[in-house]
Design a protein. Structure first.
Length: 310
């Protein structure tokens, strides 16, 4: 039960992270009181910029906040230099590269298409995770789990906005789907690493690698940096870093307990949760169909804890 609670809490923080990203890219009405947002265009270079700012704040926070959570973190990181820990090192570095890739793709998707569509496209990743988990770990999903997975995806699909100009760019759609594929590989790599390596130092390396890669991409492809509202961007980076760090730590701890497939299915509640948060914080309205999608996902996630892999 603890693993499921951790994953659900991580989902809350990931939902908050998505809203912050949406506000930075798109003008929004916070709580119906303040008009703000739309500080940068939703382009790939600006995605690298926001990721760099988030990690530039998040990595020092991680260095301060994670050791009390896991006192052996620094000792585990030092052990990665030994030959006996090469497997863990390679998996952790791969995890960092995959985190960087899925975040960059997701940022562009969130900025270019309606939030519900972007998150629904991203949260097709449980399908890919289940297939990868089956292929690499031999954990074939049971019939009941496949049925629940289908219900979760259906509920997520019902949260898609069906009125107005829902899709502004096919590039956002493609990036949203691609981010889900990459994230599936991230969760499976994390599960493999957690067989012998703790989630906290794994998360630390993922953040550090993402910082380095985003900085390198900014140097190669800086984009247009003149005239940006830097105080707002740094505030968004700070809040986003806190949400991202907390969400990934809780998610990785949950993956260690329940496995990548169960974690990904629970995480599929994120589009519905993001829709609810967007309704409360950004005043984006939920239709009846979207409300039914939220209910379907919630019930399906509850049923998930009662099933087991084949």
């Amino acid at each position: 039960m603890l693993g499921y609670v951790l994953i659900l809490l991580a989902t809350v923080f990931f939902g908050a992270q998505n809203l912050i990203t949406r506000v930075l890219f798109t003008p929004s009405n916070l709580l119906g009181l303040v008009e703000t947002g739309g500080f940068v265009e939703p382009t790939l270079p600006n995605s690298f910029l926001l990721m760099f700012m988030r990690m530039l704040v998040g990595v020092p926070l991680m260095a301060v906040l994670l050791p009390p959570v896991y006192p052996a973190m620094w000792a585990d990181l030092r052990r990665l230099g030994s030959a006996s820990y090469r497997r863990e090192l390679y998996l952790a570095l791969a995890g960092g590269g995959l985190m960087f890739s899925y975040l960059a793709l997701l940022y562009v998707s969130v900025g270019r298409v309606a939030a519900g569509i972007a998150l629904t496209l991203f949260f097709t990743f449980p399908v890919y995770t289940a297939l990868l988990d089956w292929y690499w770990f031999g954990q074939r999903p049971s019939t009941s789990r496949w049925a629940i997975l289908a219900l979760i995806l259906l509920g997520s699909a019902l949260t898609i906005p069906m009125t107005g100009a829902a899709i502004e760019s096919w590039l956002g759609v493609i990036f949203g789907l691609a981010s889900g594929v990459v994230y599936a590989f991230y969760t499976v790599a994390a599960q493999k690493a957690f067989e012998t390596f703790h989630p906290v130092p794994f998360t630390a390396i993922s953040f550090a690698v993402t910082l380095v890669l985003s900085a390198a991409c900014l140097l190669l492809w800086p984009g247009e940096l003149a005239g940006l509202l830097w105080p707002a961007l740094w505030m968004g980076g700070l809040l986003s870093a806190i949400a991202t760090l907390t969400g990934h730590v809780l998610n990785n701890l949950g993956i260690r307990v329940v496995g990548a497939t169960a974690a990904s299915m629970l995480g599929a509640a994120n589009p519905a949760l993001t829709a609810v948060l967007a309704w409360g914080v950004l005043q984006e309205q939920l239709s009846l169909v979207q409300g039914l999608g939220v209910l379907l996902v919630t019930v399906s996630v509850g049923l998930l804890s009662l099933t087991k892999p084949s």
